[in-house]
Design a protein around this ligand. Structure first.
Ligand code: GAR
Length: 188
């Protein structure tokens, strides 16, 4: 059994979707949620789903080995970032080479980098009158949104689409593909 931990800073709909997808899996289990945000919806989801959830602050995350030690002590094999907004520190990247996977709500390298997350991305896509957008699933390195791309999927952006419409299209693709791509990566 490969063990997965999911980091999330917000609502956690992807974290829940991934957890539900693997509920009956013989190969992959979601064992832990981690969040930097005490207000994050993912905490309530963890409670409801029975997934232990760990909260941490910036200093613990960026300046100590506590989170790496926790993951290793729990024999976590893969780390999934599902709407997690902090840069991953070098000690964590080194501890999990090619085993940290992020989802980004646009077609990287477009609309990536620090500050480009969630609705900021959707607003920029609409403001720039993009004809298409999509999702990117990629490995994580020490720089925001620059790791090797694993998978992308696209949708059309209509002239009438609002940022909320774009967000909805992104979410449909994320919920459909993120669990499947994680499964393919881990099982193959
Ligand atoms: C997702 O759309 C994810 O792509 C995005 O945050 C959302 C989290 O939604 N991530 C980023 O913008 C990272 N740069 P969720 O909390 O409902 O899963």
């Amino acid at each position: 059994m490969k063990k997965v931990a999911i980091f999330a800073s917000g609502s956690g709909s992807n974290a829940e979707r991934i957890t539900s997808y693997f509920t009956d899996s013989q190969l992959i289990s979601v064992d832990l949620f981690l969040s930097n945000n005490p207000q994050a919806g993912v905490i309530e989801r963890g409670r409801r789903l029975g997934i232990p959830t760990v909260l941490f602050d910036k200093k613990t995350f960026a300046k100590t080995d506590k989170i790496v030690d926790l993951l290793k002590n729990q024999h976590i094999d893969y780390v999934i970032l599902a709407g997690f907004l902090w840069l991953i520190p070098e000690n964590l990247v080194k501890a999990y080479p090619d085993k940290i996977i992020n989802i980004h709500p646009a077609l990287l390298p477009k609309y990536g980098g620090k500050g480009m997350w969630g609705h900021f991305v959707h607003e920029a896509v609409v403001a720039n009158k993009e004809k298409e957008s999509g999702i990117t699933i990629h490995f994580v390195n020490e720089r925001y949104d620059e790791g090797k791309v694993i998978f992308q999927a696209k949708f059309d952006v209509l002239p009438s689409d609002s940022p909320d419409d774009v967000a909805h299209k992104v979410q449909l693709l994320e919920h459909k593909y993120f669990p499947e791509i994680i499964e393919k990566l881990i099982v193959n």
